[in-house]
Design a protein around this ligand. Structure first.
Ligand code: NAD
Ligand code: UGA
Length: 468
């Protein structure tokens, strides 16, 4: 079967669907791309004439949307219609952790995958290529194939070709990663279908970077890549605590070990723990799969990566309270950064949520500033706590600040939670003048010019710094 791809439909206009299809639109000018979503508010934002309203913030995304939206890139809620017109369909819907039932807290909730497969079975034409873009438990393609081929669902006499093409982009770097991926992975059974997808990527990715495997290796590799990355962060974070006890410095240790090519220098920044929508859910899923196949010791091994991550954020909360004389009731704490990493507006599983909630539970008043996370998103994440105006803070509540300096006013402490560039070179002389003495800075990313803070008589704590 020779495939001629003229129309692509992407189901799911989220952090992956939107940026990924924008890059496809740029490099495949003769292909019409429709990104569809059940969330009509999200679609309206993708279609907003004010590009600062796009639902996803990513450096470089606005200019792509400006250039290709309305040309060969379209966002809509016409799911059935766009599915019916497509030659190739990406499934890019959310796959969060199940919150109840069998496997709750660990297994992936595949209800959106199931629904997408049913929509495709009903509305797609025959000989459509269906591509798993979402991150999925190994062997999900089998389930998708069963749904697509079920005569009861409306797919009588239709043939589908299922491929796995997991996405490895990271938020904040999405456009760069999509433009210049380390590799593109395609798993499948039908060589012509695989070739059709390769020919799309070949418009901008060199052939040696395009790897092909069987379906199951491709599905599993995505989970394992995330597990290995997260494991590195838990490893370095566990050592940050040891550095603080022994007088060593985590940055020096990271440079020393990273110089060994076998270890490599990337992904060795200690932090308040990994956040984001994927690491925790994907490792939890891996733990579940290991248990499902009776591999208890392997499950325990990966569970520890998550346990260390929780331990890291808890120990940081404890350090803040201890240094502020064991009580933070009614103290004002300035929080710098709320997103789970820099250069994104995403707050899913951000360590900031847990740390801020802990400080609020202890009775602190928080003044929160983030360059890209909007007030209503922080409110959603801290929904157990009251939002107030700056001058009305009474303890156990928080307010939104529009700048670092506004947030630092009258604060007893500053806690840096996200590694935004803006926090790397703060004017500590200016900040020291507006804080309440004795003032503290807790740098949980080890990024700010801490010596300047010290020079301005601010007490300092920086992650993994044994000279603290
Ligand atoms: P997201 O929640 O931002 O977006 C998913 C979108 O799918 C939502 O807008 C939702 O409304 C839509 N959707 C759900 N069911 C639908 C249906 N039946 N029809 C139409 N639309 C539907 O999620 P995301 O961050 O884009 O992640 C999507 C998948 O990609 C997940 O499996 C995730 O693990 C994986 N992934 C994410 C990233 C990342 O950086 N966020 C990177 C690589 C892989
Ligand atoms: C991660 C992977 O890097 C992507 O390859 C993958 O596609 C994606 O998950 C996914 O499947 O969703 P992402 O979560 O967007 O991407 O961002 P990362 O850069 O991996 O950061 C994740 C978390 O780890 C952040 O909270 C970050 O601050 C933290 N981190 C990262 C560290 O604490 N230290 C580091 O050295 C690197």
């Amino acid at each position: 079967m020779q495939f001629k791809i003229k129309n692509i439909c992407c189901i799911g206009a989220g952090y992956v669907g939107g940026p990924t299809m924008a890059v496809f639109a740029k490099h495949c000018p003769n292909i019409n791309i429709n990104v569809v979503d059940i969330n009509s508010d999200r679609i309206a934002k993708w279609n907003s004439s004010d590009l600062s309203e796009l639902p996803v913030y990513e450096p470089g995304l606005e200019s792509l949307i400006k250039k290709y939206r309305g040309k060969n890139l379209h966002f809509s809620s016409e799911i059935e219609k766009k599915i019916s017109e497509a030659d190739l369909i990406f499934i890019s819907v959310n796959t969060p952790t199940k919150s109840k039932g069998i496997g709750a807290g660990q297994a992936s909730d595949l209800r959106w995958i199931d629904a997408s497969a049913r929509q495709i079975a009903q509305h797609a034409k025959s000989n459509t290529i269906v591509v798993e873009k979402s991150t999925l438990p190994v062997r999900t393609a089998q389930t998708i194939k069963l749904i697509l081929n079920s005569p009861d669902i409306g797919s009588k006499n239709k043939t589908f070709y299922v491929l796995s093409n997991p996405e490895f982009m990271s938020e904040g770097n999405a456009i760069k990663d999509l433009e210049n991926p380390d590799r593109v992975l395609i798993g499948g059974e039908n060589s012509e279908a695989i070739q059709a997808l390769i020919s799309l990527y070949s418009n901008w990715v060199s052939s040696e970077k395009i790897l092909t495997t069987d379906l199951w290796s491709s599905e599993l590799s995505k989970l394992i890549a995330n597990a290995f990355l997260a494991q590195r962060i838990s490893s370095i974070n566990s050592i940050s605590a040891l550095c603080e006890k022994t007088g060593a410095n985590i940055k020096e240790v990271a440079i020393a070990i990273g110089a060994d090519k076998r270890i490599g220098s990337h992904f060795l920044n200690s932090s308040p723990g990994f956040g984001g929508s994927c690491f925790k859910k994907d490792i939890s899923n891996l733990v579940y799969i290991c248990k499902y196949y009776g591999l208890e010791d392997a499950a325990l091994y990966w569970q520890k990566v998550i346990d260390i991550n929780n331990w890291q954020s808890n120990r940081i909360s404890q350090i803040i309270v201890n240094n502020l004389f064991g009580t933070i009731t009614c103290k004002k704490i300035c929080i710098l950064g709320f997103s789970f990493k820099a250069n994104t507006n995403d707050t899913r599983e951000s360590p900031a949520i847990k740390i801020c909630s802990g400080l609020l539970d202890e009775g602190a008043s928080l003044k929160i500033y983030d360059p890209k996370v909007k007030k209503d998103m922080i409110q959603k994440n801290l929904n157990n706590f009251q939002i107030k105006e700056n001058h009305k803070l009474e303890g156990g509540d928080w307010c939104f600040s529009n700048s670092v300096y506004e947030a630092a006013e009258e604060a007893d402490a500053i806690v840096i939670l996200t590694e935004w560039d803006e926090f790397r070179k703060l004017d500590w002389e200016k900040i020291a003048k507006v804080m309440r003495s004795p003032a503290w800075v807790f740098d949980t990313r080890g990024i700010t010019n801490i010596k300047d803070a010290k020079f301005n008589l601010i007490n300092t704590w920086s992650i993994g710094d044994g000279s603290n």
